[in-house]
Design a protein around this ligand. Structure first.
Ligand SMILES: [Zn+2]
Length: 281
């Protein structure tokens, strides 16, 4: 089975504080830094790129494609799916897909929702994605402690059969099955705060069991200096939630890439006849 390294390419403040904020210059530098790191480690990642980021940094998007990473969509504006009407979601996705395809000349086949906001109430989004030609989605967090998620969603990739008759593959974010609950271990704060040996155990356990491990990160998580350069006050709770563990994250991330060579999400989505799954939509 496969280890997949995914990156949500976006701006920290715009994506986590206020979607009306502009994309900062710092976001471009953070992405360049992560691309340098991936090149040093000689690995390819799947990059879910936000439309607003692509608009400001087209050269970054071209570099991502030129260096062999998978170009996938993170939507245009980073508004959570359950705040959008299906028609607004379709517009957001079409805009982002069209932009990325125009910039790279490559077909965009994968999607990730902002803040992993594909929850039971927004499962209709899968129908829109299938209609718009997406081969796979990777937005569902099946962990029980997740901020957003679907706790009874299959923790392995499945081919989701939709009411229209269309289908697409869902690559859920990795969880670790513990007695009584599924612990989210795919990335973000979990990877920043958990010791490397725990992350290593979680990845190895899933791979040894013949399961996929879809990990995720954000370019800003590698930037320890970001909060010293803010031009606005940041509440302590947000500072801790978003900033803790950034120092030391890069070292853990490198170890992960060295030990578990990543495959692209699209390859994993297309590599097998994933079991059919019919959710109630
Ligand atoms: Zn995001």
């Amino acid at each position: 089975m496969s280890f997949v390294c995914t990156v949500d390419v976006e701006d920290w403040a715009q994506s986590t504080l206020d979607t009306n904020l502009p994309i900062t210059e710092r976001a471009g530098l953070q992405v360049e830094h992560l691309l340098d790191l991936l090149a040093e480690e000689n690995v390819r990642a799947t990059c879910f790129i936000l439309g607003k980021f692509a608009e400001k940094f087209p050269s970054c998007v071209k570099r991502i494609a030129a260096e062999g990473h998978e170009v996938a969509s993170h939507g245009y504006g980073h508004v959570e799916l359950f705040r959008l009407l299906p028609s607004e979601f379709r517009e957001d996705v079409q805009r982002s897909k069209g932009q990325l395809e125009a910039l790279t000349g490559l077909a965009v086949k994968g999607y990730r929702a902002p803040c992993l906001s594909l929850i039971k109430e927004s499962l209709w989004a899968l129908e829109v994605l299938a209609e718009e030609g997406f081969v796979y989605d990777s937005s569902i967090n099946p962990g029980v402690m997740a901020r957003f998620g679907i706790s009874d969603w299959p923790p392995q990739p499945v081919r989701v059969k939709l009411p229209s008759g269309l289908s697409l593959v869902e690559l859920p974010l990795a969880t670790l099955q513990l007695p009584g609950y599924r612990f989210p271990v795919a990335g973000g704060g979990y990877h920043r705060l958990l010791p490397w040996m725990v992350i290593r155990f979680a990845v190895a356990k899933r791979l040894a069991g013949g399961e996929a491990f879809v990990a995720y990160c954000h370019p800003y998580e590698f930037d320890c200096e970001e909060f010293s350069h803010l031009t606005f006050p940041l509440p302590l709770k947000t500072r801790l939630h978003q900033g803790l563990g950034r120092k030391g994250f890069e070292a853990k991330f490198k170890k992960m890439l060295q030990e578990f060579k990543p495959d692209l999400a699209l390859h994993v989505a297309e590599q097998a006849q994933w079991p059919l799954y019919l959710p109630a939509i």
